[in-house]
Design a protein around this ligand. Structure first.
Ligand SMILES: Nc1nc2c(c(=O)[nH]1)N[C@H]1C(S)=C(S)[C@@H](COP(=O)(O)O)O[C@H]1N2
Ligand SMILES: [Mo]
Length: 331
């Protein structure tokens, strides 16, 4: 059986047990897309941190704001934060160290409060330039004050309608629009207004700005997947610009080493702060042998992906994503 003939789905039975279901995709004519849902389910969302996830007992937790503040120590209880005016927002997270095409990208609907609401309660002194987040696992990172005061910068306490899962930063994490995962700290315990700060990853040579670069990921086919000659196959994936170039305008696919490109269909999108999902119906060649699939995105501001080269460690995504697959004879 070919790898792509079966997909495992989970479903809740009446008793609440998780049952694996096998779907015979080709017979049922269901194209297998990857990602297959616009919102990544919480238990499928990638998890990354410097050590083990921190365990925080919310009863003993206080979010403290200190440093160059008018009221030098301001603290908030979980229930005070969750009682404030909230925002619900779709956001994609991507790891800065994600070599293009891997799995370190996910999208969720988050609920939280604007960070500036809390910072304004503490009051900002003139000499404050950055906001530093100290986390329960020892991680720390800073963002410019201007970014912290941006209306889209959110302290999230819910993910896809559930309290933030432990792995994703319970009780509270930052969602910092336009920035790689490094600037989206989890398990925050202390927020400090400061003149400057060298963050955990910057000390180890990583990009201190961490702006997300325009990227396209091919989900199907997966590397080395065997595709049947002369059949319909749905190439699919995601693209994301994190709002830096006005959002994704189009995604194109090439199966002839970039000589010709076909426009894919964007089948799910939200604001530019969330990924777009795309698919392209391919009539696979009759001839068997290796094939390479390329995908690239163009933004609304006209930037095309292969024009963007990033040489700064470790955002070494150069050009677009390519996947090697194989065309094989029908059985
Ligand atoms: N406290 C803390 N927050 C952190 C990290 C960490 O090591 N510790 N890693 C960051 C990195 S590198 C990434 S890519 C994202 C991943 O978020 P996720 O695990 O919710 O997907 O968390 C960020 N926030
Ligand atoms: Mo990351």
């Amino acid at each position: 059986m070919k790898r792509r003939n079966f997909i495992k789905l989970s479903a809740m039975s009446a008793a609440g047990m998780v049952l694996p279901i096998k779907l015979q995709a080709q017979e049922d004519n269901i194209p297998l897309l990857k990602p297959r849902t616009f919102k990544t389910p919480n238990d499928e969302f990638y998890i990354l941190q410097i050590g083990d996830p921190a365990t925080i007992d919310v009863k003993n937790w206080r979010l403290v704001i200190t440093g160059l503040a008018e009221k030098p120590v301001t603290s908030f209880l979980y229930k005070e934060i969750t009682a404030m005016d909230s925002v619900v927002t779709m956001r994609t997270l991507k790891c800065i160290g994600d070599p293009i095409g891997t799995e370190q990208m996910g999208n969720a609907e988050w609920k939280g409060v604007q960070l500036r609401e809390l910072i304004n309660k503490a009051g900002v002194k003139d000499n404050a330039k950055v906001v530093v987040f100290q986390c329960a696992d020892g991680y720390h990172t800073a963002i410019p004050l201007e970014d912290a005061m941006h209306e889209d910068t959110v302290l999230a306490y819910e993910m896809n309608g559930e309290p933030l899962p432990k792995e994703h930063g319970f009780p509270i994490r930052l969602l910092n629009p336009g920035h790689y995962g490094t600037k989206n700290p989890k398990w925050i315990v202390n927020i400090q207004l400061a003149a400057e700060h060298q963050s955990y990853w910057e000390k180890r040579g990583w990009d201190p700005v961490a702006n997300v670069k325009l990227a396209t990921v091919i989900g199907t086919p997966s590397p080395e997947e065997e595709l049947i000659a002369g059949e319909k196959y749905t190439v699919s994936g995601a693209a994301f610009d994190a709002g830096h170039h006005g959002g994704i305008k189009k995604v194109e696919v090439s199966v002839d080493y970039g000589v010709t490109w076909s426009e894919a269909q964007i089948w799910a999108k939200d604001t530019p702060l969330a990924w777009v999902l795309w698919k392209w119906e391919w009539q696979t060649p009759k001839k068997t042998g290796p094939v390479e699939i390329y995908a690239k995105a163009t933004s609304n501001s006209g930037v095309t992906q292969d024009e963007i080269g990033i040489k700064k460690k470790p955002v070494d995504i150069l050009g677009y994503h390519t996947v090697d697959a194989k065309i094989i004879k029908p059985e």
